[in-house]
Ligand binder design. Structure first.
Ligand SMILES: C[S@@+](CC[C@H](N)C(=O)[O-])C[C@H]1O[C@@H](n2cnc3c(N)ncnc32)[C@H](O)[C@@H]1O
Ligand code: SF4
Length: 449
């Protein structure tokens, strides 16, 4: 029955890492607008920092990230200089030296940086921002490029958390996505991380990849759990060859179909549950005593561009090509093109290219969507009260939810909507009901499951 529903709701839906979502950003928000927003921040507000390192040494054919492949270090060095200059440009516009409690290095592959360069970035950030003593500094780590010296440099610079890009341990799958990294390599990296005191270890796993079967995905889960990560992200492979041309290197015939994807997801989540991991939102799993599981229990879970997070800061500053920021006034996105990004920053300008101011209605709907994505439940009356609007404005949405209720995806108790366990993979379809911007067919997204 639910397998049929996954087919019925095979809508191309946003991942709701923001609301309004990125396809609705426009050129109306440029560097001048962003500069004004930065200057208008409350000096005592806490900020989170996201640095996008848009380079990798080799192309993984399944990759959906914003990155560029380079065999030489010079372009990376050049890019890093631009990112540091951008940090200065932003910091100069802020109302003071603001406190940061979360720093995230994403990409691309931050581990493409030389160890001493990584340390230099952290030193630079510490000059421009007051990094809280208990700040979380998280780095996305490609196990093929991180050696022990690099791990030591990260530890010395204060890194507290890493997400290891595992994808899958299976040979055949690794070959089909051009991402060869034997299990021994991953074990070695985990050992180095623990040896140097970086014990908050996450792993990125993917289902729906070429040649994966339900059995092989369950085996992948067992192998990952054997390395005792604190968190696991289990992403559904987003096959978007119209956007990422290199994904054409993966023949569609060897991709699991929607039914198989559903089965892989379901069995993988069951297995993680059996191993004692707490399911967080849609695709994250955490050890019961991990801060993410704690935040979930206490209703403090948040969702941002990196997925689920404990980070509740009201300001996210994004740096680097494609870097996205979230401010109380609205969202901003940087230039995508790496060469244009470098040039703009070198010329002394902020690289903002698009964005959207958030209205009172956007904030209201964002709260609803965030609670649904995080807690799989929302009380419309509570959120309406918080935003000083009458809950009756949601009559059209409640009417639209009737179909989802009939299909067993949600249950309703007055103004409270709860996504059922079975409906969890379709939570994006529930969020979409509250999305004012979504017109079917307007933007193509990856499969909801
Ligand atoms: C920026 S990468 C992580 C760091 C590093 N580049 C690496 O691959 O190890 C972020 C994660 O996104 C996930 N990812 C990349 N492309 C994807 C796609 N097309 N569909 C689903 N997940 C994807 C992978 O799990 C990957 O580890
Ligand atoms: S998956 Fe990671 S390492 Fe592979 S190309 Fe994408 S960003 Fe680079």
């Amino acid at each position: 029955m639910l397998q049929q529903l996954t087919t019925k709701y095979d809508l191309r839906l946003p991942r709701y890492t923001s609301y309004p979502t990125a396809p609705h950003f426009s050129k109306a928000v440029d560097s001048t607008v962003y500069g004004g927003w930065l200057a208008g921040l409350a000096p005592e507000a806490e900020v989170s920092l996201y640095l996008h390192i848009a380079y990798c040494a080799e192309l993984c054919w399944f990759c959906g990230c914003h990155t560029k492949i380079t065999r030489r270090y010079a372009p990376v060095e050049d890019y890093l200089a631009a990112v540091l200059a951008e940090v200065d440009l932003v910091a100069e516009r802020l109302p003071g030296r603001m406190t940061a409690r979360h720093v995230h290095f994403g990409g691309g592959s931050p581990t493409i940086l030389h160890g001493e360069d990584f340390s230099r970035v952290i030193t630079h950030l510490r000059e421009r921002f007051a990094l809280a003593p208990d700040a979380e500094i998280a780095v996305e780590l490609d196990p093929r490029t991180a050696d022990e010296a690099y791990v030591a440099a990260m530890a010395a610079a204060g890194v507290t958390r890493t997400s290891i890009g595992v994808q899958d341990f299976n040979d055949t799958v690794q070959r089909a996505i051009n991402r060869i990294q034997p299990l021994e390599r991953i074990e070695q990296v985990v050992l180095w991380l623990r040896r140097h005191g970086i014990t908050e270890i996450n792993m990125d796993l993917v289902y729906g990849l070429p040649y994966q079967t339900t059995a092989s995905v369950v085996e992948m889960i067992d192998l990952a759990v054997g390395l005792r990560p604190r968190r696991i992200s289990l992403f559904g492979y987003a096959h978007v060859p119209w956007m990422k041309k290199h994904q054409r290197l993966i023949p569609e015939a060897v991709l699991p179909n929607i039914q198989e994807r559903w089965d892989q997801y379901e069995q993988a989540t069951r297995r993680l549950d059996a191993h004692g991991y707490v399911t967080v939102g849609l695709d994250h799993f955490a050890a019961p005593d991990d801060t993410l599981a704690l935040a979930l229990r206490e209703g403090r879970l948040h969702r941002n561009f990196q997925g689920y997070t404990t980070d509740g800061a009201g300001v996210l500053l994004g740096f680097g090509a494609s870097g996205i920021g979230a401010l109380p006034q609205g969202y901003v996105a940087n230039e995508l093109d790496i060469t244009a990004y470098k040039r703009t920053i070198r010329d002394g300008h902020l690289a903002t290219r698009r964005g959207i101011p958030v209205s009172a209605d956007d904030r209201l709907r964002r709260d609803i969507i965030e609670r649904l994505m995080c807690d799989l439940a929302v009380d419309l009356a509570v959120i309406a009260g918080r935003h000083a609007v009458d809950v009756s404005i949601f009559q059209p949405e409640l009417a639209s939810l009737a179909g989802l209720e009939q299909d067993g995806i949600i249950v309703r108790d007055g103004s409270r909507i709860t996504v059922t366990d079975a409906g969890r993979p379709l939570v994006r379809a529930v969020c979409a009901v509250f999305d004012r911007y979504l017109k079917r067919g307007e933007a193509r997204h990856s499969k909801a499951v």
